[in-house]
Design a protein around this ligand. Structure first.
Ligand code: UTP
Length: 291
């Protein structure tokens, strides 16, 4: 079976729910405690064995490309001052040469269209998609848990988690057929169903392993929910001929795409920091106490 080697990270959206912060700074570059959100997602994928990253970018997203490049002046200045520890930390964020590609989505026509823009670099092999505004704390990483399942089932694998029944209309929701432990064979999926229409409360988390054949469906996928070309709609058609499994992964997700979600993620990652976590927790407790 072909290994999952490549990952697509779509970062071309406008991030309107986090304006004005995202007027000039890409949403993915907003710091979640001490590093940009995108770093956590790249680390998750690296931990799962991903070797090549395809970023689908748009206007005003140049900061992402620069972040993964060498910062000559900064590094020379740190070296001159003998700040080896900081240099080491910067080096740990740098990808190996040639392991990142950047393609432009000229207009944000929807997630499905963004993924389609990566078709030539991915080719006809299974690949991962990680939505960078969703961070997942998990060990092994969420994508690693999915790849474990994929290595047994093949086909297509998506991560899901339970959401409150009255919030299903905010998510892509799966229609489960049968279940074996945390592994669910799927019958269908629907983007943002009404509470009455929803076939389950299992929401798609923003992590996918798909066969390259999805590009054929995306090529002529029309606009769906919200007037956007939806990945869910193309996957629903792909499911007519291919196996789909969902993994109810073990971990905690954070949606950084909204202001309160971003705040929650920042606090959680601060508290999980290896050296500053306890101080961060005390600080948050202090703020929570009535004055
Ligand atoms: P979102 O639905 O969160 O859209 O997209 P958004 O534009 O980033 O944010 P809001 O809704 O305006 O606040 C989920 C992911 O898909 C990417 C986004 O960058 C985000 O990572 N995306 C979405 C694209 O790359 N292109 C698109 O056309 C739409």
């Amino acid at each position: 079976m072909t290994r999952v080697r490549k990952a697509v990270l779509p970062v071309a959206g406008f991030g309107t729910r986090v304006l004005p912060a995202t007027k000039t700074i890409p949403k993915e570059m907003l710091p979640v405690f001490d590093r940009p959100a995108i770093q956590y997602v790249v680390d998750e994928a690296l931990a799962a064995g991903i070797e090549h990253f395809v970023f689908v970018t748009g206007r005003n997203k140049g900061a992402i490309e620069d972040y993964f490049d060498t910062a000559y002046e900064l590094e020379a200045s740190l070296a001159a001052k003998g700040k080896g520890d900081l240099l080491e930390e910067l080096a740990s964020t740098k990808p190996s040469p040639g392991s990142m590609s950047f393609v432009r989505q000229q207009a944000p026509l929807g997630l499905g269209h963004a993924i389609w823009c990566a078709r030539d670099i991915i080719g006809n092999e299974p690949f991962a998609i990680l939505l960078p505004d969703v961070l997942v704390q998990a060990s092994p990483s969420c994508l690693a848990q999915m790849i474990d399942v994929f290595n047994e089932t093949g086909g297509n694998v998506i991560a899901v988690e339970q959401v409150p029944a009255d919030e299903v209309n905010k998510y892509g929701i799966i229609d489960p057929e049968s279940r074996d432990g945390n592994r669910i064979r799927m019958r269908g999926m629907i983007e943002k169903p009404s509470v009455n229409q929803a076939p389950s409360n299992l929401a798609i988390t923003g992590r996918y392993i798909l066969q390259g054949s999805v590009f054929e469906y995306l090529a002529d996928q029309g606009a769906g929910s919200g007037g956007e070309i939806q990945l869910t709609d193309a996957m629903a058609r792909q499911m007519g001929t291919e196996d789909f499994h969902a993994v109810e992964y073990d971990g905690q997700s954070y949606d950084c795409g909204s202001k309160l979600g971003y705040l929650r993620a920042s606090m959680a990652y601060a508290c999980a920091h290896p050296t500053l976590g306890i101080d961060a927790q005390n600080l948050i407790n202090g703020l929570a106490r009535p004055v």
